[in-house]
Design a protein around this ligand. Sequence first.
Ligand SMILES: [Zn+2]
Length: 300
Amino acid sequence: MAMMMKLNGSVGIGGNNIRPDVVAVQTLLAQRGQRPGAADGICGPKTIGAIRAFQATFLRMPDGLISVNGPTWQRLTGSGGGAGVGGALGPAGSGLGPLGPVGSGLGKLPGAQVPLPPKDGNMTTPVARPPANTFNVGLKAVSNQMMKSMFGMPRDSFTQDCQPMNNAALKRNVVTDNVGSFKATGLRPAVASLKQVYGEIAGALPQLAPRIGTAGMLCCRLQRRSKTAVSNHSWGTAIDLTINGVLDKYGDGKVQYGLTLIAPIFNRHGWYWGAAFGTEDGMHFEASVELANKIKAQLS
Ligand SMILES: [Zn+2]
């Protein structure tokens, strides 16, 4: 079987996902013993899961994305450092051979485990929270003090309930806009970023994207179970997501499977995932220090 051994674009979460590239990746993944689903050229959750599972055999931080001629592609084609598969795939079944030199020593770290699709394949099924070093990569969580000094307080007093924002300078930057499958109200640059994130999700995970909804973005209130800490929803820089209308259960240390697929895309855009909080909050994404700075720079 003649098969191109070059990708025209990246494949996976947030990738270009050009159909023949996706077919090639799906075929190679299957030959490596992964389960990407049918080689249909559509980069859905099964294919993403298979990419991450394959990456977990040699990467500490599987990102679900295969870049053109990057390490994952080289491992997949056996072209990484002389594994000798060369320019052709050879007969079916031969692909289970050596993965190439395992010099990295990272292959069997506990941290290399990533959630695999649950048996029922359901996006809302809770799975173990991924290892801490595999998400929020390169991001720092904001503190209340930092938010206060960057943006000012959204209002004077807070309770556990949503109350209106009454900081006029902030308020004039609040918009409600269509993010894709849902509307969100928050600071304009934050909502604009969400639209970019959603666009990537729609490209990489077309079956999941329309199932995503929200349980709220702007909401001036205290953090759950706190009498003093102000929620980042108060600034309109945090959002709670639903899948099929279902909220992830708060604080159980598990997260909906679908959230594990979209978290890397949020990560790349500077959104810090609440799965990392002491009390796991898997439905929650908020602007990190890095994104908060960008938002601040774009306020009027
Ligand atoms: Zn939240």
